[in-house]
Design a protein around this ligand. Sequence first.
Ligand code: COA
Length: 525
Amino acid sequence: MFRLTSKINTNSEEFRASNSANSLAAKEYRNLLMSVMFRDTDPYVERHIARGRLLARERIDLLLDPGTPFLEFSTLAAYGQYDNQFPCAGIITGIGRIHGRLAVIIANDATVKGGTYVKETIKKHLRALDMSLENRLPAVYLVDSGGIFLPEQANLFADRDHFGRIFYQQARLSAAGIPQIAAVMGSCTAGGAYIPAMSDETIMVKNQATIFLAGPPLVKAATGEEISAEELGGAAVHTTRSGVADHLAEDDRHALEIIRNIFETYTKKDYDPPLKNYEEPAYRTDEMHGVFQSNGRTVVNPMEVIARIADGSAFHEFKAGYGTTLITGFASIMGYPVGIVANNGILFSESALKGTHFIEICNQRKIPLIFLQNIAGFMVGKEYEHGGIAKDGAKMVNAVANSTVPKITVIIGGSYGAGNYAMAGRAYSPRFLYCWPNAKISVMGGQQASQVLQTVSSKDNGGSSSGNESMLEQYELESNVLYSTSRLWDDGIIDPTETRNVLGLSLAAVAGNEIPEFKPGIYRM
Ligand code: COA
């Protein structure tokens, strides 16, 4: 493959200005992350520590192979909602290595409203189960939860993707032969009791963990029976009498060691060692902040991004001279071959046809696809409508939807209109979807939406400028990446300089699974 040559002068004023503005934005974002991840002065955290228990993040650290990374998802879930009383939505999810094997980890944070579930907690938990199922990764549950957050029950209980879906998915994982281990390290009440009960092996921490369908107050109310939590569903009861749990742990650390021991028993051939033989990019990944300008709109040459994520900055471009607003080509990231589809302007018919062609090639060769999304949408206007842009865009959407190779999307700038669909937005089930801190996601820009509204409303009632101003404000708020990540439209915001590392670990997670045959739908000709 040819090595890409960067056109950027890293000594230029322009590079320095972008680098400093984007580094600052990334720093502000990191500070925000720290404030939700580490809440040392939070009285609930202090109380948890005083009870002699490990925090959810400490538990994860001890579970993983020392010195190996944890790819955490949706850290800012629920941010800006519920008066910020649900940092990280009260649950930590991510992928890490246990005895060399990648696993999905789901850990309740008992310091957030007793580890209870609101809508975003459920969404985050279900998303992690999807990752386990799609990528055939074992799932580990570190349970410490009071179940449903009762005041919100109407939004949490009975619908398809509500609390019950967790156990439905656990049953499907089990039938698919994917290992599931639960360690109950605190409470595990009501429906939540099915998390350990539906796992292959379950551990309970002595004098600390409880599992019951109804706690002592409810038992008293229902039957008049008076009983302590420990007698009703403590670790001793479940590991010696009921059989609901399999292993008794002395404390949190012991429970985590038992999980690691269980992983040690998995057949060795299933292990997926990290690849080692690859070249680093020829350009420094920490230059990434300088390669794009973002002031509401992101301006970036995708080749500069590819040069900083691809092994050896090597790229075999496909159809370089055709449909140039979409860049397509092959590369490797941390040793894993990939096909890259990257926006370089508005999508025209040619770019959509090129994208479709390339996606078909990757499916036939069974090469995972990386989408670098920065898209204002498809080209509009008479010439393009008459040229059939809708049917050409539809071909790309069809190919993306029916792709059987793993797709990973990074929104590095704007994500607007049908461009979001053709570039493997959330509705197109990419295995992972990340955003840069400058990402903007909405059906169209606020300015365009307010102009459209002004045009359509002026026909009937003269329009209203104050209405349009508030529409602008609304779009500004709703297209912000913090709004998107809070609602789990993505799997998390990543620092641009971390893009290569995050993609490398994501590719390790998708590697090694069988890829079904690709069958495209009907392309309108
Ligand atoms: N719904 C709503 N709020 C809940 C809750 C629930 N299921 N469980 C706990 N909370 C809230 C508490 O009201 C408290 O809020 P506050 O500090 O703002 O007043 C906060 O979470 C912490 O609870 P607390 O009881 O002080 O923490 P704890 O660590 O001592 O105990 C539990 C945690 C989960 C063991 C305990 O709160 C409990 O048993 N909750 C009820 C569990 C239940 O019956 N769930 C059934 C739902 S399916």
